[in-house]
Design a protein around this ligand. Sequence first.
Ligand SMILES: [Zn+2]
Ligand SMILES: [Zn+2]
Length: 273
Amino acid sequence: MVLRKNIFPRTKGEYLSTGSNVIFTPLNYYVFNFVVLPQYWTMWSEEYTKHFIISSFLTFMMCSNMLALVLCDTTVKGRFPALNKTRKDEWKYCDKCQTSMPPRSWHCTICNTCILKRDHHCFFTSCCVGFHNHRHFMMYLFYTALTTMYASYFNFRYAYDTTDVEYTWMTLVKLLFPMLSVFFIKWSLHHLYLLVIFETFAFGLMCCFMLVWCGYFISRNMVIFDKEHSKRYRKSVMENVQVVFGRKWYLVWQGPWVSSELPCDGTHWDKYM
Ligand SMILES: [Zn+2]
Ligand SMILES: [Zn+2]
């Protein structure tokens, strides 16, 4: 795996979205394990430890896939130095990067580089999703969806049990918009927990939606960035899935360190047409 050199956000939007991701991930872990769970089970009792181990495992898998996604370099730059503007086939030339790029590769204006089989730019991790890190992105989505939905089941129970007020419209505001409630209602640590609980659920919902949406694209060997043009690369679902997850696609859930060789090099797409 070639490592990316600059993994930091580049725009204000990225600082905001990636920053909130970096802050809320450990906050969610803390609130779930040390605020919500102890409400129902004694710390380190058998039941508590069971949930602690499950949530720790899911969080670990989520973070390791995110790290692999962010660290993996999937750029075109420097990979094809000998090629030039004169190529007449489907290869393109990027003036900004001064490099030739194969079909399905595109220049990302945020990363300011060309990305091999570019899918889209992810603002929550400040990196582009392309040929070499698409698998890590999908596994990150999968484990984030699982972690947040698992936590939300207990989180909502906690939010309901501990919000000791009459159920009026203002309660709804308190529950749905903990941020807004800060302006109307007295601020407390409990509101911070509610904020984390609802942020976790909202982020989890978005990941579930993304998982289904991106899964649909992968099953057809399409990319989000180039929907129309990429329709022509469609093969059987199994072959399409292997383009992203590799030949050992059934093992990638075990972690980013499991090797799964990709069936093509991201450069030659003739056999998929
Ligand atoms: Zn470029
Ligand atoms: Zn990008």
